[in-house]
Write a protein that binds this ligand. Sequence first.
Ligand code: PSU
Ligand code: MN
Length: 315
Amino acid sequence: MDHAYNKWLYFSEEVQTAKAEGRPIVALESTIISHGMPYPTNVETAREVESIVRSHGAVPATIAVLNGKIKIGLSDEDLEFLGRPSHHDNILKVSRRDLPYVLSMGLHGATTVAATMICAKLAGIEVFVTGGIGGVHRGAEHTMDISADLTELAQTNVAVVCAGAKSILDIGLTLEYLETQGVPVIGYQTEEFPAFYSRTSGFSANFSLQSPWELAGFIRTKWSLGLDGGVVIANPVPQEASMNSLEIEQVITQALNEATQLQIHGKAVTPFLLDKIKELTGGKSLETNVALVKNNAHLGAQMAVHLVESHLPLM
Ligand code: PSU
Ligand code: MN
């Protein structure tokens, strides 16, 4: 395939081989490494998530921009580079609008859900595992802060496994936005849309599916109809790692107040809030974050396996 975009893509040997053999591959993002978790938990978690994916017979493809190339599948050194605080200022948080800049200028970037979806699609990967998606921020009626993750989900054919959206966002408005954009939100073994740190949000998912097999069938059906765009698979955090909703709500309110006082804007908002929440919960939120990402890796890998095994027509 001689597409113009191929000059920007660089595959690891492991992913290249998996592609050639038609094996299941799971995309993983890098903003969570560079801007979502502190060192060294970020790098340790990234490695553990990769090994969970492998344990199900799938191949992990963590995605980032390094030296102006989209790397599909990272080495341990790459993960370390992305995670170390000393490199933080040289690694841009890259969403859809930022991709041409970091590529054409030969820079480094950690990819958000939106940018990782774009790169996964270019690389021919159908399943992507993350922690939480971006969404409509509280107060968006004034700030217009709506994550580009949502418009990406509206158009790019990648299934995104997450633990819902955290209530630093307006979960109700996020679901309304996804409905307007025709993005299905599936609760995995739950009727509710989970709220990241906790299993419930008070809002319903659109549908509830019970197995990776059912999820694979849903995804294939959507794309076989030509209904472009992603699917949100909302997988609640395991009970034993979940946080009390009232407690986390208070912490989130305080973090949001501090963000307002400090006049944090634009793409700095989400990283600021994540860090503040971690500080205010004495690290408990980080443990929960790690647990839910791993839990999502188990599900995403199984889905990828079923998508390959299901001999339904490809996109
Ligand atoms: N939510 C999390 N952890 C994260 C992010 C979101 O719980 O690390 C990251 C993801 O990469 C997501 C991005 O795509 O934040 C959304 O940023 P923004 O709100 O600026 O679009
Ligand atoms: Mn934003």
